[in-house]
Design a protein around this ligand. Sequence first.
Ligand SMILES: C[S@@+](CC[C@H](N)C(=O)[O-])C[C@H]1O[C@@H](n2cnc3c(N)ncnc32)[C@H](O)[C@@H]1O
Length: 233
Amino acid sequence: MNIENKARKFYDCFNKVKRLRKYDHPVVKAHVIDKINFIKENIELSKTTKVLEVGAGNGYFSHYLEDSCDLLATDVNKETLTLNPTKNKKVCDVNKLPFKNNSFDVVTSFDILHHVNNPERAVKEITRVSKKYVVLVEPNGDNIIQRAIFLPVPREWGINRFTTKYFKNIIKKNRLKILEFEHIGRLFTPNMPLPYAFIKKMPYSKSSQLNFHNIAICVKERAFDRKSKEQDL
Ligand SMILES: C[S@@+](CC[C@H](N)C(=O)[O-])C[C@H]1O[C@@H](n2cnc3c(N)ncnc32)[C@H](O)[C@@H]1O
């Protein structure tokens, strides 16, 4: 079974997903909030900013994004998406997004690319529908502690290829310019059976190689060129 089918099998099982922590659980918030803040520090969002979230699942990020923008949350899995609290939702596959070119100001993807067979093609599709910004968050595949944690979980083996080098490479191949790139977040997942009191006390060092995720804030080269030309005039 390939990586994409392994992940689908898990997320297709509504009862399994239903047992996961809810978006407003403090551990989920601790997992999400530093990434949301990083995005807001680098991209000006307002209620008129059209944001597409792909692979939004049960809404861990959607819940904390929706207040700041005009959000459409999407996922290939209908059952998972029913648990997502966002108002605007649509079932769709990241490999074939049902939107015209340049339809959204920002397109975000949190923890989905390591679950698809061809991440480069998925980023191509994400880039196609974005007018300007693309935000990608994936596990930090260089972190050997993380690799060891997920060794017994085959649906997560896609993490192993998501080294910083591989991640930056698929971004560049899609003609995206990286505005900011950071190792971000403590080494836990939102559904690890760890209490919030423990997670809060975990040591944290900004940009450490041991951080759980990589976040890339990217801009379409075309949009970037246009902006710099405008500034030159
Ligand atoms: C690890 S979960 C992440 C969910 C959410 N982004 C988050 O960070 O909480 C991966 C999600 O990707 C979705 N997914 C997997 N393959 C997909 C595809 N081809 N198109 C769209 N979504 C997909 C799954 O259904 C699942 O909801």
